[in-house]
Ligand binder design. Sequence first.
Ligand code: FNR
Length: 392
Amino acid sequence: MFTKPVNVEDYRALAQRRLPKIIFDYLEGGADDETGLRYNHEVFDRYRLMPRRLVDVSKRDIGIELFGRRQAAPFMIGPTGLNGALWPKGDILLARAAERAGIPFVLSTASNDSIEDVAAASKGDFWFQLYIIQRELAEQMVRRAEAAGYSTLVLTTDVGVNGNRERDLRNNFGLPMRYTPRLIYDGLTHPRWSLDFMRNGMPQLANFATADSSNVEVQAAVMSRQMDTSFSWEDLAWLRKLWPRKLFVKGILRPDDAEHCIAAGADGVILSNHGSRQLDTAVSSLEVLAETRARISAPILIDSGYRRGSDIVKALALGANAVLLGRATLYGLAAAGEAGVDHVLRLLEGEVDRTLAQIGCPSVTQLSPDYVMSDGSRPATSAPSVRNSVAA
Ligand code: FNR
């Protein structure tokens, strides 16, 4: 085993070492046969970078502007549930790390620290992710996020039903965790995690905690009962009226849906297959990026499978405004808490910066499709990049 992690994959190995198997499987697992997990990584190999030489890259800038707001790097920490199962106060630690790095943090509906607690703990740019839940509950959460100062709402559209995550089924994973002999053995063989867990107790689904549901079991039941598979374009229009600030729709994998979102009043879309935790056989978000960019000029964020600075550079070149980090920062959190998240962010910043230097591009805002060769044909898309022409 290495002594000093030098990349995201090293943090993945450290996270696996510290976490009980049942928790690591929850973090890592995909749906069904997990073919999509591999696909999300392998797809990056189909796109290769074409370095431009004799360009002055002595000064480089990896910062971007989104809706007139500067962020120090072209990525943000995406929404993930149950961060508190990886490290106590995981949501707050992630929010603070994002603030230090000058990037946004997206809090999940299924967070373990509440909307209000995260807002109170961070002065950065924090966004709230909303699952499609029953209207009344959704409205309450949206109003809470507005009152607490969240700048942006992310509506996740790919979890009407949960993905078939067979690792979790085999492990009998769910909230609250049941103290089976297997879980106890798992805990005993991962003492550092278990000590933290015993000191801090079972993570709560904090946004569902109310006077009559202060126990985790009730909260988990409320959340799963309230998921709504009937949500459609009319409901998006309803949400648009309800939320006065920036609105992204997450889980989009079709250029026509992206167009539809913008026509319905969304400010941008997030191309995502949910890190392949939902539909195992879905396309990769990277594959639909260029075509989506050709159809809309609004901001496009993207996630699913990003582990290297060069992955991020490829997506920006093909038209994304920024990348959401999912497991990458969670590996840092699970391995080493706040310091681990800080280090993962610094590693990715360094990798993006080094990639820019090596391809002869002084700024991420100057990336364009002609830096990318896809499957042997150049350029990756003939569609013009309109990303830099919009006041995103
Ligand atoms: C997620 N994701 C997710 N998305 C969301 O909108 N709300 C959520 O609560 C969660 N929860 C969640 C938990 C865990 C453990 C993971 C790994 C992911 C999906 C997440 O926002 C993002 O789309 C993927 O993580 C991106 O893929 P990578 O980067 O993890 O491969």
